[in-house]
Write a protein that binds this ligand. Structure first.
Ligand SMILES: Nc1ncnc2c1ncn2[C@@H]1O[C@H](COP(=O)(O)OP(=O)(O)O)[C@@H](O)[C@H]1O
Ligand SMILES: CC(=O)N[C@@H](CCC(=O)OP(=O)(O)O)C(=O)O
Length: 301
């Protein structure tokens, strides 16, 4: 049966879209792209499905995607069920001995497997691992200092078992990626003494992007990007502006580790980092393969 005029028009439009992506496909072929998938972005089933498709498609067209996921809301829900209260300082969860096991269980257990499953369902081969596997994220206790605004005296905050990556052993990542597998990583690290550390997922993604010299670090979150005082999107942020924004309080809460991570990742070797809206369907493809990429870009200066 011959195709209807409408079906023919749709097919031509689809072909035109594919053809227009060619320069972008060429640009990223063989490159490593680290995607941080935030816990807030996981809530909506249709968006999660679109995310899985994006990552699978990247692998199929010759890009090397590496996914690092969060799970803050999922940890909150589990801690609430167990009647354990938690508090945050500058976007980081103070983690005591009672919490660390629960956090590891949620991040490396249910959330990690769910995210890998989203990508597997889209037809690619993803394997969920913890940052402890293969000794990948070697961590140390995070030493966070704050300056008292009146006395200007600095004091060290004790955040418990919150860690920061000290070294990334990339061997397991290269082994998986080189075998056609997409690594999906839970942000849990291990200290030299075997202690498990809770690592902010943004920080973990940044360290991994830096260690892999990733072409792009994409940080999917629940806002359009970094917003200014008038809630307008800032399309590009320099390192100086980012530091001023944090000092002025324009950048606060969970956006602080995100912006700090982007700065650290570009300083460590990633070519650019983008904070973008994970609530937009196919946010990753829009960012990489069109000129309509939304979000805030942070480049190595
Ligand atoms: N300048 C800013 N621009 C955008 N969001 C900001 C800014 N300052 C603080 N935020 C907050 O940061 C949040 C994103 O961080 P977070 O909740 O940790 O996200 P995720 O779970 O995706 O890691 C936003 O929802 C917003 O409330
Ligand atoms: C130290 C610290 O804050 N760790 C985070 C790890 C999960 C995370 O970062 O999840 P999102 O990306 O969804 O926020 C936490 O305990 O919530």
């Amino acid at each position: 049966m011959p195709m209807s005029e409408d079906a023919l028009k749709t097919a031509r439009e689809q072909a035109a879209v594919l053809a227009s992506a060619l320069p972008f496909l060429r640009r990223y072929a063989g490159d490593t792209i680290v995607v941080k998938y935030g816990g807030h972005a996981m809530g909506d089933p249709a968006l999660s499905e679109a995310f899985g498709h994006d990552i699978a498609l990247l692998k199929l067209i010759g890009v090397n995607p590496v996914v690092v996921h969060g799970g803050g809301p999922q940890i909150n829900a589990m801690l609430q069920r167990l009647d354990i209260k938690s508090t945050f300082i500058d976007g980081l969860r103070i983690t005591d001995a009672a919490m660390i096991d629960v956090i590891e269980m949620v991040l490396s257990g249910s959330v990690n497997k769910q995210v890998a499953e989203l990508i597997n369902r889209a037809g690619a081969l993803a394997i969920g691992i913890s940052g402890k596997d293969g000794g990948m994220i070697q961590a140390r206790k995070l030493a966070r200092t704050v300056r008292d605004p009146d006395s200007h005296i600095e004091r060290v905050l004790d955040l418990g078992f919150v860690g920061e990556p000290e070294r990334i052993d990339t061997r397991v990542l290269y082994a998986l990626s080189g075998s056609g597998v997409i690594p999906v990583i839970a942000p849990v690290g291990v200290g030299l003494d075997g202690q498990t550390y809770n690592i902010n997922a943004d920080t973990a993604a940044g360290a991994i992007a830096g260690a892999l010299n990733a072409t792009r670090l994409l940080m999917l979150t629940d806002v359009p990007g970094v917003l200014d005082e008038n809630k307008q999107l800032i399309p590009e942020l320099s390192a100086d502006d980012a530091r001023r924004g944090i000092a002025r309080g324009m950048i606060s809460g969970g956006m602080i580790p995100k912006v700090e991570t982007c700065l650290a990742a570009v300083q460590a070797g990633a070519r650019a980092a983008v904070i973008l809206d994970g609530r937009v369907p196919h946010a990753c493809l829009l960012e990489l393969f069109t000129t309509a990429g939304p979000g805030t870009l942070i480049r190595a200066s």
